[in-house]
Design a protein around this ligand. Sequence first.
Ligand SMILES: [Zn+2]
Length: 88
Amino acid sequence: MKKTTNKPALIPKMYCSLFGHDFQVSKKVTLHVKEYTCKHCKKELTTNSNGNLTELTPKFREINAILERIYNSRTERLKRKTITSSIC
Ligand SMILES: [Zn+2]
């Protein structure tokens, strides 16, 4: 009898509870805030305002989206400023 290669969804969670999560950066929000996803169970974490890792709840996703927007507009402005000052 052939073994099926399709693993049930429970296995990655079991793997993580046995060996621990394997988080990889899935998104850079700012220089200090990043979002992480576990390779095995897809659990998501993010850096909170204290610099600690916390579960990526919809609330944190919202906060990160705002942070990202602020961060991007600030770096955009900085870039433009540098270009202008190098021209002058
Ligand atoms: Zn995991």
